[in-house]
Design a protein around this ligand. Structure first.
Ligand code: SF4
Ligand code: SF4
Ligand code: SF4
Ligand code: FES
Length: 937
C-alpha cells in the first residue's frame, strides 16, 4: 500500500466506448460494457467499501464488503464482480447493506490483532479505514475461540515481512503475484477457516518469489509490509520520480519521512510501468547512503599518491588547468570525455557540449558504445531513426513475440511481466538464444520454439528466417511495394541456397524444421513483434543483425502499428537518452552528423564556438591512442570503464598511460582507482532532469533531496568549461532542456512544464506530434521508404580452438545490475553474492568439475577464477557468467573483437578454457593473471 494514495477505482478499466448508462445512488454515469458497478460508482465519486478489490487486479469477490442493492433484483450482489447493465439502478448505502457490511467487518476484526495504535501500518491500513467507513462500533465475539493471532512472522526477505497474524486472506497478494508479476509464487492453502497465504510451503526467501513487491503493494493490511516502514515509521511526503536502473524507466513515488527516504512505491500513473516494479527499483536504493559513497572532491598528482580532499573550487580549477596543460602540450585533440547512460539527459548534454565547445573537439563517446550502438546504426540505416518502434503497451496487442538475445525476466523485469501477461492470454513465443532463459518455460508460459543457436550465429539465423519468408511466398507484398525500397536486391540475396535453414543448420546448430516453423509463425501468426537485447548487439556483426531483424519485420509488414515492431530492450536507465543527446563522436544531439554544415551552424550560433566537422575518437580509439601517446586526458562521468569494457588489461594499460584521468562517480570504482581527480556524483534521488527509456519515453527525474555533494553534476561540467575559458551556465536544468528542444527537432515540443502536464512524452515531440509518438513509422518510415539491406553472414574470428574449446557468453541476473556498483551495496547481495560460471554437466564432467568447485576461466587475453554451477541451460560447449562483481572481473577474458560498424565489443562470444583450480591459494595481492590454474588441453 501507499500513504500517498492514488485513486483506486476497485476493478480494472474495461476497453471500448462508454455506451452503458446506469444510475448509482441517483447519479447517472455512462461507462464501457463490462465495467463493474464498483468502478462505475467510483467514477461518480462514490466509494463503495472494499477489501479484496483493487483496480490493478481482476475482481475476486471474496470479502463480501462491497455489497449493494439493485432495483428489481433480489439479494445483495458484490459490486466488484457485478457488471453494469443498461438502465440499472444501484443503491450503495441502504440499512440492509450497511448491516451486512458491519457483520463482515466484525468477523474480520474478531480475528485480527487490535494493536492499531502501535501497528507499523497505522494510518495506511484499509482494514482500519473500512472499519471506520462501515461504522463498526462493537465486536461481539471475543478472542476465546480459534483464531490466527499466534501465527508466526516470516522475516526471511531482506526487504519485507509477512506478519501472518494480520492476514485477512483476501488473496490480493496471491493475485498480484500471478496477474501482475506473473511469478505464481503464492497460493492460498487450505479452505475456510484454515485458508492461509503460502509461498509454496517454504519461507519467502526460499520460495520462487523474485521480490518485486507487487504483493506488498496490493496488501490492504500490515501483513506484507516493507521493513523500512517498520524501522523508520510511516512516510509523510512523496515525490514522483523515475527509477535509475534499467531501460524500462519505471515511475515511482519516493516516500519520505522528513529528509529520509522510507520506501519507493511504484506509481500507477507511470506509463512505462503502470504501478509495477522489480526488486531493484522497489527496494535497492540503499546505495545512495552507503558509507562507501564519496561526498568530497579529491585530487592527486600521481595514482601512487594518497588522495587529497579539496573543495569544489580547487577541484574544478585543478581539472581545468590540467586539461589545458595537456592540450597546450599535446594538441587540442589529446583530451576527451565519456558521458554516462546513468545520468540525466541534461547532464549528458552539458558534458558533450563541454567536450565540443570547451575542449574544442568531438572526442566524446558514451557507454552505449559497448551495448546498443549497433541498434542506433542498424535501425537508422533501415528505418531512418536510431530507436525502437513501439511503446511497451504495444506488446498487449502482439500475437507472436520473438525474443532474441534478451532475458527480459532478469534484465527488464517489469516489461517481462507485461509480456508474460500477453503470453498467458495466448500469444505465441519464439526464443532465439543460446541459453534456455526462464521465458522458455515458466509458470503458464512456454515458448513454441526455442532456437538454441551457437553464439555468434545470429545473422545466419535471421537470414534463414527471412529465406523461409521469401521462398515460401510469405512476404507482405503490398506493404513492401508501397513502403519499402531495395527489396528486389535483398530478396535475390536472401533466397540464395546458402541462406536456407538446411544450409545454416550446421553453423547455427538449430534444426531446419524448427527454424522453418518459427519463420512461418512469425510471418503468418498475426501481429508479430521482435524484442531484442545485447545478445544481438554485442557481436562482431551486431549492426548486421539489427538490420537483419528490420528486414524481416519489413518483409512481413510487421511495422507501423500496435503489436508489431523491432524493439531494443535498452540496458541502462538513460542509454536511449545519452545517445539522443549527442554523445557519439560523429553525431550532435538528435543523431545529426557533425559533417553536416547546416546542423553545425545551428549549434555554433547558440554555443558561440566552432564545431569540428570531423568525428572524434570512439572509446576503443581513445584507449588505443592513449597507449600510442597521442591521447592524454580523459573525463569519465558515471561509468566504470575499467570493469565494464572488454579486455581489462588493455583498458588498464590505456588508463595508466594518461596524464590526467578525471572520474565523476558515486564510489571509488575500479576506474577511479586509476584517476587523478575524483569528483563526487549525485544519486538519482538528488538529480533534477529527465531520463529517456527504451520506448523513447522522456520521464521526469525529480529531486527527492538536495545533492549530498553540494553540487549538481550539470553544474560541475559547466564550471569546468567556464574555468577552461568557455562561458557555459544555466540557472536550472529546465533551461538545459529548453536549449535541447531549441536545437533538436525531435525534442522541439519537450519542456519540463509539458512533461509535468503530460506525465511523460515519447519523442519525436514536435508540431506534428505535440503529445509525442508512441508508435513510429505508422504511415511512412522516418527515412521515407524502409530500406532493405542485404546482410551477409560473416563468422566471427573468435572461434573455439584446441586451447580454448568452449565459448563464453555473458549476461545479467535480476537482483544485480551491470558492474554491481549500486546493487552490491544493497541487500540484493543476498541473492547473488558472487558471479558463477554456468557449465553444462558434460563439459564439467570431462574436466572433473563438480557443482560449486572453484574453476579458472581463461581466454587468449586473460584469466580469472570463479565457482562453477552445473546447468543444462546452455548447449554443450557454451559456458555463461554474469559480470556484476569486480573480484571476478569477467571482462578480464573478453577480447577486443568488435562490431564492424560501431566498435561495440563482442562480449557475447569469447573462446575460453575452463579448468579445475589447483588448491593453491593465490598470493596476496595477486592479479587475475597470477591465479594458478590447471589447463586441460
Ligand atoms: S514479491 Fe513479487 S514475486 Fe514475491 S511473492 Fe510478492 S508478488 Fe510474488
Ligand atoms: S497477505 Fe495481505 S494481501 Fe495477502 S491475503 Fe493476507 S491480507 Fe490479503
Ligand atoms: S524494471 Fe527496470 S526501471 Fe523498472 S523498477 Fe526494475 S530496474 Fe527499475
Ligand atoms: S471488494 Fe467486492 S467482494 Fe471484496
Amino acid at each position: 500500500m501507499t500513504l500517498m494514495k492514488e485513486p483506486d477505482l476497485g476493478t480494472p478499466a474495461q476497453p471500448g466506448e462508454a455506451t452503458v448508462t446506469v444510475e448509482i445512488d441517483g447519479m447517472p454515469i455512462t461507462v464501457p460494457p463490462n465495467t463493474s458497478i464498483m468502478r462505475a460508482a467510483a467514477m461518480t465519486g462514490i466509494d463503495i467499501p472494499k477489501l479484496c478489490a483493487t483496480d490493478s487486479l481482476e475482481a475476486f469477490g471474496s470479502c463480501r464488503l462491497c455489497l449493494v442493492e439493485i432495483d428489481g433484483r433480489k439479494g445483495t450482489p458484490a459490486s466488484c464482480t457485478t457488471p453494469v447493465a443498461e438502465g440499472m439502478k444501484v443503491r450503495t448505502q441502504t440499512p440492509r447493506v450497511e448491516k451486512l457490511r458491519q457483520g463482515v467487518m466484525e468477523l474480520y476484526i474478531s480475528d485480527h490483532p487490535l494493536d492499531c495504535l502501535t501497528c507499523s501500518a497505522n494510518g495506511d491500513c484499509e482494514l482500519q479505514d473500512m472499519s471506520g467507513v462501515v461504522g463498526l462500533r462493537q465486536v461481539r465475539y471475543g478472542y476465546e475461540g480459534e483464531n490466527h493471532l499466534d501465527l508466526l512472522t516470516d522475516s526471511s526477505n531482506p526487504y519485507f515481512d509477512f506478519e501472518a497474524s494480520k492476514c485477512i486472506a483476501c488473496s490480493r497478494c496471491v493475485r498480484a503475484c500471478s496477474e501482475v508479476q506473473g511469478t505464481f509464487a503464492l497460493t492460498i492453502e487450505g479452505r475456510g477457516f484454515e485458508s492461509k497465504v503460502s509461498a509454496g510451503g517454504v519461507d519467502f526467501m526460499s520460495s520462487e518469489c523474485v521480490s518485486c513487491g507487487a504483493c506488498v503493494q496490493a496488501c490492504p493490511t500490515a501483513t506484507l509490509q516493507e521493513k523500512s516502514v517498520v524501522e523508520l515509521g510511516m512516510p509523510t511526503r512523496s515525490v514522483v520520480t523515475t527509477c535509475a536502473y534499467c531501460g524500462v524507466g519505471c515511475s515511482f513515488k519516493a516516500e519520505l519521512r522528513g529528509d529520509e527516504l522510507v520506501r519507493m512505491v511504484p506509481y500507477k500513473g507511470g506509463d512505462a510501468n503502470e504501478g509495477h516494479s522489480c526488486v531493484k527499483g522497489r527496494f535497492a536504493f540503499g546505495y545512495a547512503t552507503h558509507p562507501d559513497r564519496q561526498m568530497n572532491p579529491m585530487i592527486r598528482e600521481s595514482i601512487e599518491d594518497e588522495w587529497q580532499v579539496v573543495d569544489w573550487e580547487t577541484a574544478i580549477s585543478y581539472t581545468a588547468r590540467k586539461l589545458l596543460e595537456v592540450q597546450a602540450k599535446y594538441g587540442s585533440g589529446s583530451i576527451g570525455g565519456i558521458t554516462s547512460s546513468r545520468t540525466t539527459n541534461e547532464e549528458v548534454y552539458v558534458v558533450q557540449k563541454m567536450v565540443r565547445a570547451a575542449f574544442g573537439n568531438n572526442n566524446v563517446d558514451t557507454c552505449a558504445r559497448v551495448c546498443h550502438s549497433p541498434t542506433g546504426y542498424g535501425l537508422n540505416q533501415t528505418f531512418g531513426t536510431s530507436a525502437g518502434t513501439q511503446d511497451f503497451k504495444s506488446v498487449a496487442k502482439a500475437d507472436v513475440i520473438v525474443v532474441i538475445g534478451a532475458n527480459p525476466t532478469d534484465g527488464h523485469p517489469v516489461f517481462a511481466s507485461r509480456m508474460k501477461k500477453r503470453l498467458r492470454e495466448g500469444a505465441k513465443l519464439v526464443v532465439i538464444d543460446p541459453r534456455r532463459i526462464d521465458l522458455v518455460r515458466s509458470p503458464h508460459v512456454e515458448a513454441q520454439y526455442h532456437l538454441q543457436l551457437q553464439p555468434g550465429t545470429n545473422v545466419a539465423i535471421v537470414n534463414a528466417l527471412a529465406h523461409v519468408v521469401v521462398t515460401e511466398d510469405l512476404v507482405a507484398k503490398d506493404f513492401v511495394a508501397e513502403r519499402c525500397e531495395g527489396y528486389e536486391e535483398w530478396a535475390e540475396f536472401i533466397a540464395r541456397p546458402e541462406n536456407s535453414p538446411e544450409a545454416t543448420e550446421s553453423i547455427t546448430g538449430v534444426p531446419a524444421a524448427d527454424l522453418r516453423a518459427a519463420a512461418r509463425l512469425y510471418a503468418t501468426g498475426g501481429n508479430s513483434a521482435i524484442y531484442y537485447g545485447l545478445g544481438v548487439t554485442e557481436h562482431s556483426q551486431g549492426s548486421t543483425m539489427v538490420m537483419g531483424m528490420a528486414n524481416l519485420a519489413m518483409a512481413t509488414g510487421n511495422i507501423g502499428r500496435d503489436g508489431v515492431g523491432v524493439n531494443p530492450l535498452r540496458g541502462q536507465n538513460n542509454v536511449q537518452g545519452s545517445c539522443d543527446m549527442g554523445s557519439f563522436p560523429h553525431e550532435l544531439p538528435g543523431y545529426r552528423h557533425v559533417s553536416d554544415d547546416a546542423v553545425r551552424e545551428t549549434f555554433e550560433a547558440v554555443w558561440g564556438r566552432t564545431i569540428l566537422p570531423e568525428p572524434g575518437l570512439r572509446i576503443p580509439n581513445m584507449f588505443d591512442a592513449a597507449i600510442d601517446g597521442s591521447f592524454r586526458a580523459l573525463f569519465v562521468q558515471g561509468e566504470d570503464i575499467a570493469q565494464s569494457d572488454p579486455n581489462t588489461k588493455h583498458v588498464f594499460a590505456a588508463l595508466e598511460s594518461l596524464d590526467l584521468l578525471v572520474v565523476q562517480d558515486l564510489f571509488i570504482n575500479e576506474t577511479a582507482k586509476m584517476a587523478h581527480v575524483f569528483l563526487p556524483g549525485t544519486s538519482f534521488l538528488e538529480k533534477d532532469g529527465t531520463f529517456t527509456n527504451a520506448e523513447r519515453r522522456i520521464n521526469r527525474v525529480r529531486p527527492v533531496m538536495a545533492p549530498k555533494t553540494g553540487k549538481h553534476e550539470w553544474e560541475v561540467a559547466c564550471e569546468i568549461a567556464q574555468a577552461m575559458g568557455y562561458p557555459m551556465s544555466y540557472n536550472h536544468p529546465r533551461e538545459i532542456m529548453d536549449e535541447i528542444a531549441a536545437l533538436t527537432p525531435t525534442f522541439a515540443g519537450v519542456s519540463f512544464d509539458r512533461l509535468d502536464k503530460l506525465g511523460s512524452i515519447q519523442w519525436p515531440c514536435n508540431e506534428k506530434a505535440p503529445e509525442g509518438t508512441p508508435i513510429m513509422h505508422v504511415d511512412a518510415f522516418v527515412r521515407g521508404k524502409g530500406h532493405f539491406v542485404p546482410t551477409t553472414f560473416v563468422p566471427t574470428d573468435e572461434r573455439s580452438t584446441r586451447k580454448y574449446p568452449l565459448i563464453l557468453t555473458t549476461g545479467r541476473i535480476l537482483s544485480q545490475y551491470n558492474v554491481g556498483a549500486q546493487t552490491r551495496r544493497t541487500a540484493n547481495v543476498a541473492w547473488h553474492p558472487e558471479d558463477l560460471l554456468e557449465i553444462h554437466p558434460h563439459d564439467a564432467e570431462v574436466r572433473g568439475i563438480n557443482d560449486g568447485d572453484e574453476v579458472s576461466l581463461s581466454s587468449r587475453v586473460g584469466e580469472t577464477a570463479l565457482r562453477a554451477v552445473l546447468s543444462d541451460r546452455m548447449p554443450v560447449g557454451v559456458v555463461y557468467t554474469t559480470f556484476h562483481h569486480p573480484v571476478t572481473g569477467a571482462n578480464v577474458v573478453t577480447t577486443e573483437n568488435s562490431d564492424w560498424a560501431t566498435n561495440c565489443p563482442e562480449y557475447k562470444v569469447t573462446a575460453v578454457q575452463v579448468g579445475l583450480r589447483t588448491p593453491v591459494p593465490p598470493k596476496q595481492g595477486a592479479g587475475f593473471d597470477q591465479i594458478p590454474v590447471t589447463v586441460l588441453d
